[in-house]
Design a binder for this molecule. Structure first.
Ligand SMILES: C[S@@+](CC[C@H](N)C(=O)[O-])C[C@H]1O[C@@H](n2cnc3c(N)ncnc32)[C@H](O)[C@@H]1O
Length: 212
């Protein structure tokens, strides 16, 4: 089964609110976005946003340039239906983050909750980091959340790599400036606990520029 087929079958078999990763609101992610102080016109990309409500919440806070990217058409359809006419305010990309060529230096904020940890192969992680380097603006913000060391070894039936926040940072390299990190205990809809770890970094500035 291909990656895309896997995720389509996941979303065919359950309501978004029954998925293990579901939260009514991604409060931690929202806090990271708000604390950047970026203007409401900032370009926000949610990678593997799926059916999550992060898009609803950033729209409600007045952000006007929001892109949701997901490999699953069904996941995106769930989010669009929930948003109703507000879905027209969002750019939707049904694509594999490892294959799509995103526009250069387009985004101010890159958000990923629970996609990076599926990248088992080193070559896949390199493609992911290359996509970030291409699409995020210099000094742009990136928050990546993965399963932490105490979390299960599989998510959605797939093996994952588990990270500390330092471990996530190492995947991006020392020229990404680490700003923060945290962990949270996520309680799944069926009542199990999963440790999520968040790493917040800034994209490198071009050589020779003065960091702000
Ligand atoms: C575990 S879910 C997390 C969904 C959402 N970020 C959240 O926190 O509620 C992973 C999501 O990433 C999507 N996904 C998995 N691999 C992907 C890839 N290579 N490119 C784009 N999306 C991907 C899946 O379809 C799914 O919606």
């Amino acid at each position: 089964m291909s990656e895309r087929e896997h995720w389509e079958s996941v979303y065919a078999g359950k309501e978004p609110a029954d998925a293990s990763w579901y939260r009514p609101h991604l409060e931690r992610s929202l806090r990271f976005i708000e604390e950047t102080g970026l203007p409401r016109t900032a370009a926000i990309l949610d990678v593997g946003g799926g059916a999550s409500t992060l898009v609803d919440d950033v729209l409600a806070r007045g952000y006007s340039d929001v892109t949701v990217l997901d490999i699953s058409e069904r996941a995106v359809a769930f989010a669009k239906t929930r948003l109703g006419s507000r879905e027209e305010a969002v750019t939707w990309l049904v694509a594999d983050i490892l294959k799509i060529e995103l526009p250069e230096q387009r985004y101010d904020f890159w958000h990923d909750r629970a996609v990076f940890h599926f990248l088992i192969e080193e070559s896949a992680r390199q493609l992911y980091v290359a996509a970030v380097r291409r699409a995020l603006r210099p000094n742009g913000h990136i928050v990546v959340a993965t399963f932490g060391p105490a979390a299960p070894e599989r998510c959605s039936g797939l093996p994952v790599l588990r990270y500390s926040d330092e471990g996530i940072h190492r995947q991006f390299g020392p020229d990404f400036r680490k700003v923060g990190g945290s962990s949270e205990v996520h309680v799944t809809p069926s009542g199990n606990e999963q440790e999520f770890v968040y790493c917040y970094c800034r994209m490198p500035e071009p050589r020779g520029s003065i960091p702000c």
